[in-house]
Ligand binder design. Structure first.
Ligand code: ASP
Length: 405
């Protein structure tokens, strides 16, 4: 049985090396170091190189008294994934301890305790998961010097925003993910984790996202959790701070931290948890021709929080105005822009002025996803009327007072 072993073979006069995948056709299927699978019907086995660990041993973690203590909460995603030798697919199957035993250098930075909260791909996160996560982080912050959350990259900015609003933290809370799983040569998992470990014991007191800053293995950026977005499907430097500078740059392998913009400092805020989120809030992307009946539909289903991703400075078509006027009587409607970069200004064009008159609120320079979570948080904890006042106020760094042009 060669499955799961690393082998060297000769086929069509060339040498190939890779891990033998399960095959149901009788052909040899190798996972090459590039991450791609290749099938061979005729080949010569030259060497069996090594057994590949499909089961990672539980980490034996010895603690050092001179190091800070950090909790890693694992929620799943690619950072916690490896190839599944039964199917050849990348699946999420690792506990946090197993991640640590893959990246032993972390033990030089901090003592780590690990907790597996979820083992899911982040498209499966729901508001209830965010609440549970915020509660776990809150408990961990009572005992530990910092918290790292390993998370799938696709919806990491929603979760980071949710935790940032629900939790007033005096210590670092760092979300980290990976674009490539740790069994791939181009994996970003180890470097991202080491940089996030450095951040988790740093001088900061807020929720950050730590991911590759370039396509090389030379530095990571720490982004404010409420100002960041995944901007590329596959690049390792997919995460960008939008309408804000990154909070810090962490060089690799030195792990020197350079602070780049304003941040809450460690100890600046008290630890508090506001663990309610209103789920009946919706984010609607306007496109030319979309009728306002969509918004009426959600309203009829009991939704009272609406974030619109409008065009340009913050517009929808004029035929939405009457509907919005009615909706605004008992609901909160916040305008954001599908441009992402820049600030909403509904005082330039007639459509914008009509929207303001109808009761729509300008979402400043909020990212649409951050505005969605902010509304869930505000309505859940304070109700509609107070939410209308608070939505334009900067609470945790989600609104910058000035926009760069
Ligand atoms: N679909 C995955 C997720 O978001 C991708 C990743 O982890 O990067 O969970």
């Amino acid at each position: 049985m060669l499955t799961g072993k690393r082998v060297k073979i000769k086929a069509k006069g060339k040498i190939f090396e890779g891990i033998v995948m399960p095959s149901f056709t009788g052909n040899l299927v190798l996972k090459l170091d590039s991450g791609y699978n290749a099938g061979f019907c005729e080949y010569e086995l030259i060497e069996v190189l090594e057994e590949v660990k499909t089961q990672i041993r539980g980490a034996e973690i010895s603690k050092r008294e001179d190091l800070p203590n950090v909790k890693i909460i694992s929620t799943g995603g690619t950072i916690a994934s490896r190839v599944d030798y039964r199917t050849g697919a990348v699946t999420s199957q690792f506990t946090a301890e197993e991640i640590i035993s893959d990246v032993p250098e972390i033990a030089e930075i901090c003592n780590v305790d690990a907790e597996l909260l979820y083992n899911i791909l982040s498209e499966n996160m729901k508001p209830n998961n965010w609440i549970e996560l915020a509660r776990r982080v809150y408990e961990a912050l009572k005992k530990y010097d910092g918290v790292i959350i390993t998370h799938g990259t696709d919806t990491m900015h929603y979760s980071a925003s949710a935790v940032a609003f629900m939790l007033s933290t005096p210590k670092p809370v760092v979300f980290v993910g990976a674009q490539r799983s740790s069994d791939r040569p181009s994996s970003d998992a180890a470097m991202n984790l080491l940089c996030s470990a450095k951040l988790s014991i740093s001088d900061v007191g807020e929720v950050l996202v730590c991911m590759h800053g370039s396509t090389s293995d030379d530095f990571c950026y720490a982004h404010r959790g409420v100002k960041v977005r995944k901007m590329h499907t596959s690049r390792r430097d997919a995460f960008h701070s939008i309408n804000a500078k990154p909070v810090a740059r962490i060089d690799y392998p030195s792990l020197n931290v350079e602070w780049l913009s304003w941040r809450f400092k460690r100890g600046e805020r008290d630890l508090k948890l506001f663990d309610k989120l209103e789920e009946k809030v919706v984010l609607i992307k306007f496109f030319p021709g979309l009728g306002s009946d969509l918004i009426e539909y959600f309203h009829s289903k009991g939704y009272r929080g609406f974030v619109i991703e409008g065009t340009g400075l913050g517009h929808v078509s004029t035929d939405w105005i009457e509907t919005l006027k009615k909706i605004c009587e008992d609901s909160i409607v916040v305008m954001t822009s599908q441009c992402l970069y820049g600030r909403i200004c509904d005082r330039v064009y007639d459509t914008g002025r009509d929207l303001l008159k109808a009761g729509v609120i300008e979402g400043e320079d909020l990212l649409p996803e951050t505005a969605l979570i902010k509304l869930m948080f505000l309505i859940g904890n304070y109700g509609i009327e107070k939410a209308k006042k608070l939505v334009k106020i900067n609470l945790v760094g989600e609104i910058e007072s000035r926009s760069d042009y």
